[in-house]
Design a protein around this ligand. Sequence first.
Ligand code: HEM
Ligand code: HEM
Length: 210
Amino acid sequence: MTIKRLHHYNAVFLLLFIVAHITNHMIGLVGIENHIAIMDMLRVVYRVQVIEIAVFILFFSQIALGLGLILKRGMPRVRWAWIQAISGVYIAFFFLLQHLSAVIMMRLTYAQLDTNFYWAASVVQANPMGWYFFPYYAFGIMSIFAHLTAAIHFRWPDAVILRPVLLASGVVLGLAIPASLIGSFYEVSLPQEYLDYLRDTYPSWLVTQN
Ligand code: HEM
Ligand code: HEM
């Protein structure tokens, strides 16, 4: 089995999680209660210990396989290959390694805090730290959509309508989801335990509240 094939099959499995996860955050655009209710339902599946560990292992493997592909393929020659490589590098080094480590660290060292909407909102709302976390989440979503659009470009070159639709969805969701976390669509006030988490975890000058 080639690295490309492994990356492909792994992507099919990971996309089940990614679609559910991003849809869950889309529901957060209209309110926190529904978002949390759906997250509780999804957790019945992905929080089963063996599934959760498998999800982490497969994401880390996907990063390693993706890097292997970049090294093997060498310098990209066409625009979509550049988009695939740059989005892959962003997903790996600037988004997923941090996102996955943050979730793992929470499970291991701060397990009393529910890592729900408010957890993500806490870091985006903190000032000045939110200036880092807003674009971090925005480009995370955009990179996933760009990466998949490139895959569709190479696999189904005739799907010309799908590409701009996917890219535009990535930009809109990339901006809208972090905007929901900072309270652009309805008021989001952080419960005390999330304020305590910020205070316990980060230097005070990074996490003043607006
Ligand atoms: C969430 C993680 C990821 C998913 C869901 C994903 C998904 C995909 C998919 C579906 C393809 C097309 C495969 C095919 O058509 O057979 C692909 C190709 C590719 N991915 Fe990823 N990917 C992920 C992460 C990464 C990372 C982290 C990197 C690099 C650091 C990367 C680099 C690449 C490259 C270079 C290709 C082109 C392969 C080739 O045509 O030779 N991917 N990816
Ligand atoms: C704005 C975008 C995103 C936000 C706000 C966000 C937020 C979160 C939150 C709050 C959790 C904890 C979930 C829980 O405790 O049940 C989580 C977990 C996770 N996220 Fe994201 N996420 C985003 C995008 C992504 C993307 C694009 C990916 C993958 C490519 C991803 C992969 C994961 C994984 C693997 C977990 C661990 C799930 C588990 O606990 O087993 N996230 N994320």
